[in-house]
Design a protein around this ligand. Structure first.
Ligand SMILES: Nc1ncnc2c1ncn2[C@@H]1O[C@H](COP(=O)(O)OP(=O)(O)O)[C@@H](O)[C@H]1O
Ligand SMILES: O=C(O)C1=C[C@@H](OP(=O)(O)O)[C@@H](O)[C@H](O)C1
Ligand SMILES: [Mg+2]
Length: 167
């Protein structure tokens, strides 16, 4: 069975937060490929970046996304960079994919100075701007729906995503 919904979007758009709450609302399981990658590697994401580098992380991520899509968990959150892989974009065709969109001001506020995102460890604002510019077309390419998250609470976003799903 396919996941009920796959969430994509930039770091800080709320994939993990909204995904977990949405899964609760729908009484289905929640899966986050970042957690799966950490389990595969046996270490946190920042350590994978430090020890093996981003390319290795992306290899693990492609495998984690493919396994999770085949696994059929209810709500599936991807990492923000998963859509960079052509293979992953192709694998998402036919799934219900919701892009949680966020623009720079809210993304910066939300990711703050948190240590969990190695790509944003240096100059988070400039890096996020670059990531958003590079990835916006890729999120649009894979998404079946887009839900705006700027200035909205996670609960409001959850309700809008839930309303898109078949009952
Ligand atoms: N709609 C929202 N409004 C305000 N803060 C949010 C919203 N969605 C998520 N957050 C907060 O932003 C941070 C990043 O959210 P997270 O779910 O980890 O994003 P992602 O998984 O997309 O990177 C968390 O601290 C979370 O509580
Ligand atoms: O944007 C990215 O390339 C990344 C986003 C992170 O996930 P979130 O989007 O959940 O923060 C995580 O997969 C890793 O740090 C790389
Ligand atoms: Mg996340």
């Amino acid at each position: 069975m396919a996941p009920v919904v796959v969430l994509v979007g930039a770091p800080g758009c709320g994939k993990t937060t909204v995904g977990r709450a949405l899964a609760d609302t729908l009484s289905v399981e929640f899966r986050d490929t970042d957690v799966d990658i950490e389990q595969m590697a046996g270490k946190p994401i920042p350590e994978i970046f430090i020890d093996e580098g981003e390319a290795h992380f992306r290899t693990l991520e492609r495998a984690a996304v493919a396994a999770a899509l085949a696994g059929g968990t209810g709500v599936l959150a991807l990492g923000g960079g998963a859509v960079l892989a052509e293979e992953t974009r192709a694998a998402l065709v036919g799934h219900r994919v919701v892009h949680l969109s966020v623009e720079l001001p809210d993304a910066v506020k939300r990711v703050g100075l948190g240590a969990g995102r190695p790509l944003l460890a240096i100059n988070p604002r400039a890096t996020l701007k670059h990531l958003l510019d590079q990835r916006r077309p890729l999120y649009a390419e894979v998404a079946t729906d887009t839900v705006v998250t700027d200035g909205r609470t996670p609960a409001a976003v959850v309700a809008e995503v839930a309303a898109l799903l078949p009952r």
